[in-house]
Write a new protein. Sequence first.
Length: 312
Amino acid sequence: MTRHFLRDDDLSPAELREVLALAAELKAAPFSRRPLEGPKGVGVLFDKNSTRTRFSFDVGIAQLGGHPVVVDSKSTQMGRDESLADTARVLSRFVDAIVWRTYSQAGLEELAQHSTVPVINALSDDFHPCQILADLQTIAERKGAEGTGSVAGLKLTYLGDAANNMANSYMLGCANAGIDVTVSGPEGFRPDPRFVQAARERATQTGAEVSVIDDPVLAVAGVDVVVTDTWVSMGQEDDGLDRTAPFRPYQVNAELLAHADPDAIVLHCLPAHRGDEITDDVIDGPQSAVFDEAENRLHAQKALLTWLLEQS
Ligand code: CP
Ligand code: NVA
């Protein structure tokens, strides 16, 4: 059966460990796996802007021996309302995997339903699971258990827009990895209970805890990983909400970071809005791992593609 990666809990906890082990292997030996030798094609489609996702998939697919077809979906017949079902049927005849950055999670699910090749979510309004794979790889490198690199038992707190795709993916992805995860944001920007529930269900398999804590200082107390993201996600620019003042207490700055574990690392998926969700001294400081995190998009996605292709 074709496996897809549309949300963080599409991998079981054991499968997630396999993908992360492969990501570490590919980081050490970037050309050791060639599952796309041929070259086989991979479609990489964008409805939203991207720097990291675009470059990391393009380069990663080439390093796996394949041929990336990177397109702005609006320039295809998808932009003229060809159905997702027909698009999936046609692309499945040309490529061995489809990567799509879009708005609607339901659209991704529909595409996957009609695709005979793996479909990967490269960010939707609801989730950004490829980013979490890179983040977990980074956490394993910096904070993982000696020898195994296991991240289980660590504590991570996400601050800011706790209702966005990154917050949802941290809840699901950390629960899947056995990391205790807390999300913290102002009133009106707290997570959809459906996603908290889904994360808690997954956490029953790994022993992780999933918490929503309103107070940012309490939320970061003693944690190993502090994370934030933009206060204005793509597509929210004109939503009429005040996306500045309510978020100020959740800014990741030196004062707030001082409440975390002294050896805590700081992550941000980028692009950063310096002076808003994170300050220059923190993102450029000794606790920041954000550029390793960005690099790990390449390794983690190569591992994901390799693993998905091995399943069919
Ligand atoms: N973090 C991330 O997905 O970056 P891009 O939007 O540049 O792809
Ligand atoms: N939450 C952000 C993540 C960008 C990588 C957005 O969706 O714009």
